[in-house]
Ligand binder design. Structure first.
Ligand code: 8YV
Length: 323
């Protein structure tokens, strides 16, 4: 029987690759080098499905190139701003993603960044590693308490809710948020999250601002909005780099109009501006949101489930429909 040909663009945990190899005529990337646009174009021409991810920029021009065989883009990851969804749909290409399975780990990482930024953990770690730590001192590296402070969430989807739960019930923070659509009051009461009418209202009150909205829609935090944050406030970003105007953020951090930031994502990954790397009041992680063995395995298997459903003529459980 003819088995659909799938190309897996990056390396995934062994169990994931074994299961894909058992289900499909699969091509892997054992060197794990991100595919170039030319290689991606060739992959779209020779595979029925791409099991792709955030490092694959699938823009309209690339998707429209001919010859084209691909019918499914089963993205491994929940965010899909690297795929031109409109172009894919216009060409009859189905797109799926992997929600739910990475919610807890990504929320954990947002809290990691929040605590690291508040408690100056990056600076402390650099001090110890440098060999220049001369011992405890009452006023050394004094950070900021999180208990009793206000966390402002921009976006209250799956990951935003998981962050709210942790912050409110775990760290005794007041949680406020702005979300595009209204959410049921009983769910909000259980989370301990209070709605705000606008993003600006969140920014004006929050001691910590954490971003949980999709990328690919222009900066939600531009210079004007960053200026609305308190000078004592921290910005946490585990969403996408382009949700913030990165140049404006660097300027705000340099001028001290905000206190600091914890970042896992950047506008032009893997480039992290030198000006950002030079700042002490930022914690910088290399897009680790979902990076646990368990979660990356679950993400790969979830993409496989979508591909299996698609090629069996069933509805992919995580089809991404037009925005
Ligand atoms: C992924 C993420 O690891 O799923 C996402 O959208 O940001 C990360 O957790 C990575 O982007 C692969 O898609």
């Amino acid at each position: 029987m003819h088995r659909p040909r799938v190309i897996v663009t990056r390396r995934w945990p062994d169990e994931v690759e074994r299961r894909i190899a058992a289900a499909f005529d699969a091509e892997f990337n054992p060197d794990d080098r991100p595919l170039t646009p030319t290689e991606l174009r060739a992959a779209l021409a020779r595979a029925d499905a791409l099991l792709c991810t955030v490092t694959d920029r699938l823009d309209a021009e690339l998707l429209a190139a001919t010859p084209r065989r691909v019918r499914l883009l089963a993205n491994i990851g929940v965010g899909f701003n690297h795929i031109d969804l409109g172009a894919a749909h216009g060409l009859g290409i189905t797109v799926s993603n992997t929600p739910d399975v990475l919610t807890d780990c990504t929320a954990d990482l947002a809290i990691t960044l929040l605590l690291m930024a508040a408690r100056r953990a990056g600076e402390g770690e650099r001090l110890v590693r440098s060999g220049a730590w001369h011992g405890w001192a009452p006023t050394q590296l004094l950070g900021t308490c999180v208990a009793g402070k206000t966390l402002g969430l921009i976006g209250l989807g799956r990951i935003g809710k998981a962050v709210a739960r942790r912050a409110h019930h775990g760290f005794r923070m007041r949680v406020i948020f702005h979300n595009r659509s209204a959410l049921p009051p009983d769910e909000l009461a259980a989370l301990g999250a209070e709605p705000c009418a606008s993003i600006d209202a969140v920014l004006a009150q929050a001691d910590f601002v954490s971003l949980h909205c999709p990328g690919g829609q222009g900066p939600v935090l531009d210079a004007a909005r960053l200026a609305r944050m308190k000078p004592s406030a921290f910005l946490i970003n585990t969403a996408r780099g382009d949700v913030v105007d990165e140049a404006a953020l660097i300027d705000a951090l340099q001028r001290g109009t905000i206190a600091g930031a914890g970042l896992d994502v950047y506008a032009a990954e893997p480039d992290v501006p030198a000006a950002l790397r030079a700042l002490d009041n930022v914690v910088l992680l290399p897009h680790l949101g979902s990076a646990t063995r368990e979660t990356r395995t679950a993400m790969g298997l979830r993409a496989l489930e979508n591909a299996e459903a698609f090629f069996a003529g069933r509805e992919p459980p995580d089809r991404v429909s037009a925005r």
